[in-house]
Design a binder for this molecule. Structure first.
Ligand code: SR1
Ligand code: MG
Length: 423
């Protein structure tokens, strides 16, 4: 298959014929296509994902479709998102080695990436729903975020390179548009594709949509998202974009990558841990989840702490970009000045991440794209109870983000809301 042929979606039936001469794939899994086994396993909202197993190995073939898979061809979406995913993966690998799947081949015309099959990894969200405690995720994700966000910014990069990259990713317009609408606006009015657990949440949803302070805050955050091209973001860093074993963590699916505020990735990620926390009572059929809740709060504390420590380390050792130059601080014997500036930068990330986290919680309960943490709770009353607690938590941290000073304070709030009897 070459990039010059017109785009055609792969299928389980056609994949072996169409990719049977692909050198990278054959080198990885063996060229005897009669022995290839192909499965389509995509359960995301946008793309096709195949696992192809051959005589000598396996690989993943991910292909973008010209529309949103979740909705259908009434919602067209450009194939170029595969191009952005490919380029984001190569940058993430360079900036945080070993944190993403290896890439074997990219075909821009067919919008497909052939990459490493991660096995026995499973999606982190699924592991958390099952009540599995992964020992290394906080460290691994904290390091990934600090390294990619720092090294993709003007704190580290040569400014000409960063501006060239900014221009490259600026074309990821349609994927940004999804986030701009689905995350920042749709949850706060009666948008066409919204849904929520009804009638249980109807009253609370009406209350949130009438909440002026919340709406203003959501729009201030959207403003930051759209205007603060600080670094190359993953852009969709939730627990469904992370694959894990007990000893390995890999980030996948950066097709929403673009230059935006550092706090967006961190906030979205932590929001997904907090949502997991609030969903645990919906998964207690096989036993209480107190230990799992405590684990999740610890993961949140550790992720933020690892992020800050690694970011600070990079600040002190790799600050080679045009921002906060060493020539103004360390080279003048003013190490304290550099530390003061670091404090300001981290404080800004902290304040904004709380806002992004709050609205990420809201959009997963009020918008189009829900998450399995809540969706797999079959008892709708119980699901609504979990969701209502999360909504209340999300509102509090988004609206009061400037008055909240520590991660322990946020976790205490989560614990109090979780323990409330009437919501
Ligand atoms: C229409 S796409 C809906 C959501 O799925 C992706 O994973 C992103 O989170 C997006 O917002
Ligand atoms: Mg995705």
């Amino acid at each position: 298959m070459t990039g010059k042929l017109p785009f055609e979606a792969l299928s389980v039936e056609t994949l072996s014929t169409r990719l049977g001469t692909n050198e990278a794939l054959c080198a990885k899994i063996g060229k005897d296509t009669t022995r290839w086994k192909v499965r389509e396993v995509g359960d995301g909202n946008l793309n096709l994902v195949f696992i192809v197993e051959g005589a000598s190995g396996a690989a993943v073939v991910k292909q973008a479709l010209p529309y949103v898979r979740l909705v259908g061809d009434s919602w067209p979406l450009p194939l170029k998102r595969s191009f952005f995913e490919y380029h984001a993966l190569t940058r993430q690998e360079a900036r945080a080695p070993g944190s993403v799947p290896a890439i074997y081949h990219f075909d821009e015309g067919q919008a497909l990436i052939i990459m490493e099959y991660l096995s026995p990894h499973i999606i982190l969200r699924r592991a958390l729903i099952e009540g599995r405690q992964l020992p290394d995720i906080a460290r691994d994700i904290g390091l990934f975020m600090a390294r990619t966000l720092f090294r993709g910014s003007d704190l580290s990069m040569v400014t000409r390179d960063r501006k060239a990259d900014l221009a490259l990713f600026a074309d990821n317009v349609e994927l940004c548009d999804i986030t701009e609408n689905l995350v920042f606006s749709d949850p706060y009015f009666d948008a066409r594709m919204n849904r929520h657990t009804s009638p249980q949440l109807d009253g609370l949803v009406a209350e949130l949509r009438a909440d002026r302070d919340l709406k203003v805050e959501a729009q201030r955050l959207k403003h930051i998202f759209a205007a603060n091209a600080e670094t190359l973001l993953h852009g969709d860093l939730h627990s469904g974009s992370i694959m894990v074993t007990d000893t390995e963590t890999r980030m996948i699916d950066p097709e929403f990558a673009f230059y935006g505020p550092m706090a967006f990735d961190v906030g979205m990620l932590l929001a997904n841990f907090w949502m997991s926390f609030f969903s645990q009572r919906g998964h207690e059929q096989t036993g209480k989840r107190d230990a799992m809740r405590a684990y999740l709060l610890d993961v949140i504390v550790e992720t933020w702490s690892v992020f800050r420590a690694e970011f600070s380390h990079l600040w002190r050792t790799e600050r080679t970009g045009m921002l906060y130059q060493k020539s103004l601080f360390e080279d003048q014997g003013d190490r304290l000045g550099a530390e003061q500036a670091l404090d300001h930068v981290l404080h800004q990330v902290w304040t904004d991440l709380l806002g992004f986290a709050g609205i990420e919680v809201h959009r997963r309960i009020l918008g189009l794209a829900h998450n399995a943490d809540f969706e797999t709770i079959a008892d709708e009353d119980l699901r609504a109870t979990c969701e209502a607690k999360a909504l209340k938590f999300g509102r509090h941290i988004a609206v009061n983000r400037r008055q909240i000073h520590s991660i322990d304070e946020v976790n205490t709030l989560a614990t109090l809301i979780e323990q409330e009897n009437s919501i």
